[in-house]
Design a binder for this molecule. Structure first.
Ligand code: G1P
Length: 294
């Protein structure tokens, strides 16, 4: 079954990026010249997603505008012969249908996903968390959709190995590897942010999921979890007790842009990966190394 819809929660306050996030949604902060949210949306587009649901809150209107066309700017660029620039902005608003739903109270990721229920309806869908960017030849969401299609269209959680000391930052899965696929597990349980001593594995999700619509009933039933919030992880754990759920170790390089250090790392790395900025970044780094005697 094709996965046609994806939910991207963007209602968070982005306090780690204050003061910028006093006025700019965290998701609109760019890595060089591309807003972070653009990467998540491109992942969705390249994965065959046709309809995107942004779960938003007040102050996030610029995200919706960014994925609309700006005819005035397009006209200006065209008139002034800035065709390269025109190319850059034209595509953004035409590739995908965007629907926004509001999360009126910040009650956690599980609550945010539950806000998309009426738009998603009765079909399997993807969830993409924008704090983690994954660069890979085949987009992660597409990798997970394929695993779902190979396994009875069931839910699939994208996971990666993390150091044991970092399990407390993530949803961690437990399960048994399939004999037919060394990168896919039949999931037994999922635990939100366990301390290393309580973590059953070091397989963590950076926020990539394919979920069957039964998740919504689980979201309705879970109590508040870690941090007093309704956790998506707890709903997935409940789903795994009543239906088959899989986890897949995806391929790709993941960047945690939810904090300043990860953001700096991604900025340098993305500049080095792009031919247009590679030389610039190498020269800047060389200069800084000699200037600061690193
Ligand atoms: C959320 C999820 C967690 C997941 C993480 C990925 O946590 O609850 O399971 O591993 O995103 O970034 P948050 O980082 O929002 O606290």
């Amino acid at each position: 079954m094709n996965i046609r819809k994806a939910v991207i929660p963007v209602a968070g306050k982005g306090t780690r990026f204050l003061p910028a996030t006093k006025q700019i949604p965290k998701e609109m902060i760019p890595i060089i010249n591309i807003p972070m949210i653009h990467y998540s949306v491109m992942e969705a587009v390249k994965s065959g997603i046709e309809q995107l649901v942004f779960v938003t809150s007040t102050g996030k209107e610029s995200i919706e505008n960014y994925f609309d066309r700006n005819m005035e700017l397009e006209g200006f660029l065209e008139k002034n012969g800035k065709l390269k620039e025109l190319e850059l902005i034209k595509d953004i608003g035409t590739k995908i249908e965007v629907i926004t739903v509001r999360q009126k109270e910040q009650l956690g990721l599980g609550h945010a996903i539950n806000c998309s229920r009426s738009v998603i309806g009765n079909e399997a869908f993807a969830v993409i968390l924008g704090d983690d960017l994954v660069l890979s030849e085949e987009p992660v969401t597409k990798q997970l959709a394929k695993i779902s299609a190979q396994n009875d269209n069931k839910s699939v959680i994208g996971v990666m190995e993390v150091p044991n000391s970092e399990t407390f930052r993530y949803g961690i899965v437990d399960g048994d590897f399939l004999s037919s696929d060394a990168r896919t597990l039949h999931m037994k349980a999922m635990i939100e942010k366990p301390l290393p001593e309580n973590a059953p594995t070091n397989l963590a999700t950076p926020g990539r999921y394919i979920l069957t619509p039964e998740i919504f009933d689980c979201l309705d039933r879970i109590p508040r979890g870690v941090g007093g919030e309704y956790q998506l992880t707890d709903a997935i754990n409940m789903l795994a007790a009543q239906d088959k759920v899989y986890a897949n170790i995806f391929t790709g390089d993941r960047f945690d842009t939810g904090n300043i250090e990860g953001y700096l790392n991604a900025t340098v790395e993305f500049a080095l990966r792009d031919e247009a900025t590679k030389e610039m970044m190498i020269n800047i780094i060389k200069d800084k190394v000699s200037k600061y005697g690193i």
